[in-house]
Design a protein around this ligand. Sequence first.
Ligand SMILES: *Cc1c(COP(=O)(O)O)cnc(C)c1O
Length: 508
Amino acid sequence: MEQEELFGGGACFTDAIEALRSWTVEQTAGFLGRIDADDPMPMHEIAGHFADPTIAEEPAGLAAYVQYLERDVLPHVSHLASPGYFGHMTSGLPAFMPELARLVTALNQNVMKAETSRALTFLERQMIGAIHRELFGGSRDFYDRWLQDPAASLGFFTSGGTMANISALRLARERALPGQGSLPKRLAQTGLSGVAVIGSELLHYSFRKGTDLLGMELLEVPAGDDGRVRARDVRDMVHEAQRQGLRVAAIIGAGGTTDAGSVDPLRQLAAVANECGAHFHVDAAWGGGLILAGEGARILDGIGCADTVTIDGHKQFMLPIGAGMLFIRDPQAARAVAVHAPYAVREDSIDLGRFTIEGTRAAAALYLHAGLTILGRSGYRRLLDDSLDRARYFSGRLKAHPRFELALDPVMNIVLYRLRPSALCGRNLTPEENRAVNRFNTILQKRQRDTGRGFVSRTTRRVRRWSDEPSVLLRAVMLNPRTRHQDIDALIEEQAALAGTIEREGGF
Ligand SMILES: *Cc1c(COP(=O)(O)O)cnc(C)c1O
């Protein structure tokens, strides 16, 4: 084969590519039409399809490859866009997004460096500024001054919320203990025993990764049944850390915990951070998108007091995966983490790579720009308000049903609950009985996943009014705009029916 033909995927490549394109469109429509929440093949069997580590010597060509995808891959992907899929924070996309993703991939711009992205460098800054303004409410003059100033940064896109949180921790660490050299060396110079980060026990596990990578200690504060920490408990933890000779670099507030969407008292935590001179970061990876909902300002009250905020565009904003964002209130704060390289990101260059941990990055800002432009503020408001309504409807239905119990009233669009076997309804449980209810809910969730049409995820947390031991909970995420009330009713009925079956099988 000629080089060019090879690169094009095989013989007569314009026809083959055309065929591939219409096949992809067809497959996407099929995917979006699935109504059951998952394919029935167990995971270990799926793994069996991917056991061969050899690389084919000869080019296979497009047609054979399409056959492979149809046979081994597509039947076994998750039906995230199904109206019965309530499981996780990833949903189907607005219909125009896959096309724009095709464009972004075709252009293959790298926004780390302006020479490999040009306009998209400025578009990223513009979009970061647009959400920054929603969060922090700066004046038009402020954005005229800072938005496109290459020496400043209002934030950047990241691969996801994990990387945005780690970037925030890095910034907090450099502000708390500035200087050159390794952290142990800097600590030795100051006589401190370490650097601490303080937040709820319900913080996302990315903070464990981040503090681990950055040589900091994560101190966790217990949360109440409502999923919120108390500011005075955080203040006590600050004093305890200080007694141990730790410098408190950051206080973290959850702007929607991953398990239930509960929001810490952000204003009060900001005050605690202020008292001890710590950086205040809000992890709104999940909840931050709600800033565009009608009730967003109420739900996320105090988010504007943060020094930095994480938001995942691939959650509530419904963008393709890879659209994490970190927002930095003070445009000059990011200088503390600027890094340069003579061959790539030069000092005082306009390259976004100066401030990011990641290097090469795709132009995910285009997705946010497209979403905000094509759907508009009012379009997002409707989608998000509907999703909050669905959570209210869902929790209302659960409350009306004697077998179901809510772990807490939903603050956002996640519902956390469990079912009781009928023999254990309507009374307080002994620790042993609570463990039986845990087993019951575990079996139920797996049974529905493997045999049912609906799908919810499962988590474990302490609900003190039920038991001092952890309780297993079902977790329904109400993100998908295709989900209607009748899908919620069907999910609840399916769970009640499965619960009956499991009881009849005995043991409860
Ligand atoms: C999802 C989530 C994260 C992590 O985001 P990724 O995009 O998965 O890396 C962090 N914090 C919270 C609260 C989240 O919900």
